[in-house]
Design a protein around this ligand. Structure first.
Ligand SMILES: *[C@@H]1O[C@H](CO)[C@@H](O)[C@H](O)[C@H]1NC(C)=O
Ligand SMILES: *[C@@H]1O[C@H](CO)[C@@H](O)[C@H](O)[C@H]1NC(C)=O
Length: 343
């Protein structure tokens, strides 16, 4: 089961050794002719390596390997002590995937945009989604998480191992929870914990007559996201995993909103598509199978990813979601976003 990961490490190691050998030789014989030869050989080796990585096929098995995630559909919620969608029917549910140990991020969100419960006359509730903590202090983190859940009643925890690589699992269990619990609610938004959500602007957008109540997904839609084929670049995907050169359109993972008919339907088609670890691209693959196309927000300045900070009060007043670079920036943006600005 370890062979796939090992083959990768093996390929990388060999490539690095090759580079070092060439570089060493190159340093010793600093002559133009040799330089050209070595540059040529180096280039050829890189091209061969990229070619090999792209042809390299994942054998089927239980280990998901580096590009897929284990989503056997039998993860269970071991903590689910929120009244959201149980004794309440919010109009909008704010789902915030967050690392188990990141209590600081949860507190900040509770104190800022996650703490608003009635917005433009609509009920809005926040739920934090986590998996199992790992590492040496996992037990302590788990104890603290239970205490936090008792105190705030806004946490759900599934029994998969929480890690960056497992984000797709987090999204899928979040959809399972929404499908089971929140069918009577209208919308849910998935928001990363470093994002400032302008809840009032989002509710206003959802209440607009032009916003569909079914088959609706919106956010910062990537219409033609190329599949990365260079193994040295983040989000690399070999051809053997994704044959197409572009992902289907998908809303960027930092914040996307959907009508609550969709979670159950996405879960229906997801067994047909093997989950990759890039959660938003995987969502796009499921949506394509469903025949659901994401909707662009009415204006281009509503979902901002890594904009030039600081935002002007005018930009802040129009935004629905924007990535922030620090907790203090999140707090100050939230405070400023509550001011009345006319521009
Ligand atoms: C769940 O909430 C109830 C009351 O709100 C509390 O008594 C109980 O201890 C909580 N359980 C957990 C696991 O947090
Ligand atoms: C992802 O979650 C599964 C299920 O808990 C676990 O077996 C696996 O080790 C996790 N992967 C990573 C990279 O954390």
């Amino acid at each position: 089961m370890q062979t796939r990961a090992h083959t990768h490490i093996y390929l990388y190691t060999h490539f690095c050794v090759l580079m070092c050998v060439f570089c060493g030789a190159f340093m010793q014989h600093w002559r133009t002719q040799l330089k050209h030869t070595f540059v040529f050989i180096l280039g050829a080796a890189a091209i061969l390596f990229i070619y090999l990585m792209n042809c390299y096929e994942e054998p089927a098995g239980s280990d998901p390997g580096p590009y897929h995630v284990a989503y056997p559909r039998n993860y269970r919620f071991i903590m689910d002590n929120t009244s959201t969608c149980r004794s309440t029917t919010p109009f909008l549910v704010l789902m915030v995937p967050v690392a188990p140990g990141d209590a600081a991020a949860r507190d900040l969100i509770r104190q800022t945009w996650g703490g608003e419960s009635l917005v433009l006359g609509r009920r809005v509730e926040t739920v934090f989604v986590t998996g199992l903590p790992g590492g040496g202090d996992a037990e302590r983190t788990q104890r603290e998480l239970r205490r936090e859940s008792r105190r705030h009643g806004d946490l759900i925890q599934s029994d998969f191992r929480d890690s960056y690589h497992n984000l797709t699992i987090k999204t899928m269990v979040m959809l399972e929870w929404l499908a089971e619990r929140c069918r009577r609610s209208a919308f849910a938004v998935k928001v990363d914990s470093d994002v400032l959500l302008h809840v009032r602007n989002l509710v206003a957008l959802l209440l607009e007559p032009g916003t569909a109540r079914r088959n609706y997904v919106s956010g910062l839609v990537w219409w033609h996201s190329p599949v990365v084929r260079n193994p040295f670049v983040r989000f690399y995907m070999p051809r053997a995993v994704i044959a197409q050169s572009e992902y289907p359109p998908y809303p960027l993972g930092m914040a996307y909103v959907m009508s609550l008919d969709l979670p159950a339907r996405i879960l229906e088609v997801s067994p047909l598509i093997r989950p990759i670890y890039i959660e938003d691209a995987y969502l796009g693959m499921c949506l394509q199978r469903l025949g659901v196309t994401p909707t662009d927000p009415p204006r281009g300045d509503m979902f901002l990813v890594a904009p030039r900070h600081p935002l002007t009060s005018c930009s802040l007043s129009k935004v629905v979601a924007v990535t922030t670079t620090s907790p203090s920036q999140m707090r100050s943006y939230w405070e400023r976003s509550r001011e009345d600005v006319h521009c």
